[in-house]
Design a protein around this ligand. Structure first.
Ligand code: FAD
Ligand code: FES
Length: 261
């Protein structure tokens, strides 16, 4: 069950002109309610914004006196701009834990595939010693591949491949090409955990089906309530039903999603 609580900003680091790494004290949300990476928090962004804004949890930590959750976000509009102006010690009105996170099991081997601001929700999965993992991380350009983020994968994964759209770092091109090349040589993965823009997820889902590797995707939709009550975030499934990204997701099995809707 999500709870509404006041959380304190304990760290605020600017990664570039419009990207921020914020750490919040979240009471006992990690220890008592299992808050984990890939879930999201719904944050009230000032008195001027009626609707809360969903931001994924990048990593969590049990701590004293309070657990912490790291959020990495880009400024897109008024809500995230307000969030970026918060200072250490400021209080935020937060609803969470929300959403499901990836379904993982100890001793497995995962291919983590992230694109842009879809990379941070994979950090906790990339850092965990409970399973083996290979990471493929895609960014528009070198300046968006923040070492504070990529090093967490490089230090903890068997291998980390970086791709950039403009070829300024790592492999030139989208992540799909790298994923395909990996599977041609090595399909020995329990599954893919993917987070990023919808065209990237669609393409990874197709490659996963082609190579017969199970694939979970974290979907992003505009949100209203965040708790399954307003239908704003509904997406079509292959079986003709609609599911709520906030309540049933944001993580879905790729073969459930109607990618052509
Ligand atoms: C489950 C979930 C997790 C998310 N996690 C993160 C995260 O970890 N880091 C991060 O930077 N962003 C994340 N987002 C996106 C973030 O919620 C939006 O960028 C934010 O709500 C925009 O609010 P705003 O008031 O700043 O902009 P608005 O003024 O509301 O919108 C500004 C622009 O952002 C676009 N936009 C608004 N909401 C979304 C959305 N949900 N998805 C895509 N585009 C949107 C609008 O189309 C518009 O172009 C997540 C979204 C979801 C649904
Ligand atoms: S945001 Fe209201 S149902 Fe998902």
């Amino acid at each position: 069950m999500p709870v509404q609580q006041i959380c304190t900003v304990v760290s605020m680091e600017q990664l570039d002109a419009n990207t921020w790494w914020m750490v919040l004290e979240v009471g006992k949300l990690v220890f008592e309610r299992g808050l984990c990476g890939g879930q999201f928090l719904h944050i009230k962004c000032g008195d001027g914004q009626l609707l809360r804004r969903p931001i994924s949890v990048a990593r969590t930590q049990w701590d004293e006196p309070e657990d912490t959750a790291a959020l990495i976000f880009e400024v897109r509009g008024e809500g995230t701009k307000w969030l970026s102006q918060r200072k250490v010690g400021d209080k935020l009105d937060v609803l969470g834990p929300l959403g499901n996170g990836f379904n993982v099991s100890d001793g497995s081997r995962y291919l983590l595939v992230g694109g842009g601001i879809g990379v941070p929700p994979l950090i906790e999965y990339g850092e965990s010693p409970k399973w083996s993992k290979v990471a493929v991380l895609g960014f528009r350009t070198r300046d968006k591949a923040f070492p504070a983020v990529t090093s967490r994968f490089e230090e903890n994964c068997e291998q980390t491949y970086i791709c950039t759209d403009d070829g300024t770092l790592g492999r030139h091109g989208f992540v799909d090409g790298q994923v395909r090349d990996i599977f041609v040589k090595d399909k020995n993965f329990t599954g893919i955990l993917a987070c990023g823009p919808k065209p990237m997820l669609k393409s990874i889902a197709k490659i996963a089906a082609e190579f017969g590797v199970p694939c979970q995707v974290s979907m992003e939709e505009r949100m209203g309530c965040g708790v399954g009550a307003c239908l704003v975030c509904a997406i079509p499934m292959k079986d003709g039903t609609m599911k709520h990204v906030c309540k049933d997701g944001p993580v879905f099995n790729a073969e459930e999603v109607d990618w052509d809707a």
